[in-house]
Design a protein around this ligand. Structure first.
Ligand code: PEP
Length: 248
């Protein structure tokens, strides 16, 4: 039985004040919540604040990105070892915004996953096709390529995969539960070809316009083990409802 995970990707949003308010609300409703793991991924400058605000809470702290090098002349970047100092358990890697807006390649994503795993931080590896790729019938090939790059090198047992169709991110256009389930099953098959045991235990999250209305239906699918939530994770009531939508 896989334990669900609901992860909040706050992207580049928030302030010290709004984050304290948001975490206060989340803690009030979710501190005793045992049905799933909950993870919040704030912008880097707020990791310290969030770590302190989450003291004594089961809500986990994650980061949205990291650099693959341990240190050096990489102005503006953050090493994985630095994330460790703030008690980060997970790091989102290969998000489509990183791939599309910052030109991250599969090779870079792999290097980041390796660095994270070496430091004991679990990557939340994002994979997903664009609308053009889906319409061209290439969705599975794209996801298989992104996944293979990482599975060839990284320890799959310390990996969360997030299927995030690019056309569903921030658009309000969610994949149907069937579309999402089909891709999640495909992802699990790819992992099973290497190890059925790891495939059975790997958490595969769905991301792309998850909200309080559609979460329960998505999470009820056999191979959907929770969600990676962007916009809706900034609204406490909505995010709490999403967390409570995990299937038993
Ligand atoms: C995301 O950024 O990972 C995401 C899924 O965003 P949204 O929920 O806003 O589509």
């Amino acid at each position: 039985m896989r334990r669900s995970l609901v992860a909040a990707n706050w992207k580049m949003n928030g302030s010290a004040e709004s984050i304290a308010e948001l975490l206060g609300a989340l803690r009030q409703s979710l501190d005793g919540f045992a049905a799933a793991d909950v993870l919040v991924c704030p912008p880097m400058p707020y990791l310290d604040l969030c770590g302190r605000l989450l003291e004594g809470s089961a809500i986990r702290l994650g980061a949205q990105n990291a650099h693959e090098a341990p240190s050096g002349a990489f102005t503006g970047e953050t090493a994985v070892s630095m994330l460790q100092d703030f008690g980060v358990s997970h790091v989102i890697l290969g998000h489509s915004e990183r791939r599309q807006l910052f030109g991250e390649t599969d090779a870079q994503v792999v290097a980041k996953c390796v660095a994270a795993q070496e430091q004991g931080i679990e990557p939340v590896l994002c994979v997903g096709e664009t609308l053009q790729e889906r319409e061209a019938g290439q969705a599975e090939a794209v996801v298989a390529r992104q996944l293979k790059a990482v599975l060839d090198v990284c320890a799959p047992e310390n990996l969360v995969v997030a299927y995030e169709p690019v056309w569903a991110i921030g658009t309000g256009q969610t994949a149907t539960p069937l579309q999402a389930q089909q891709m999640h099953a495909f992802i699990r098959e790819q992992v099973a070809a290497r190890s059925t045991e790891v495939a059975d235990s790997m958490r595969i999250l769905y991301g792309g316009s998850v909200n309080a209305e559609n979460a329960a239906q998505l999470f009820a699918e056999r191979d959907i083990d929770g969600g990676l939530v962007g916009g809706a994770s900034l609204k406490p009531t909505e995010f709490i409802t999403i967390c409570k939508s995990v299937s038993g």
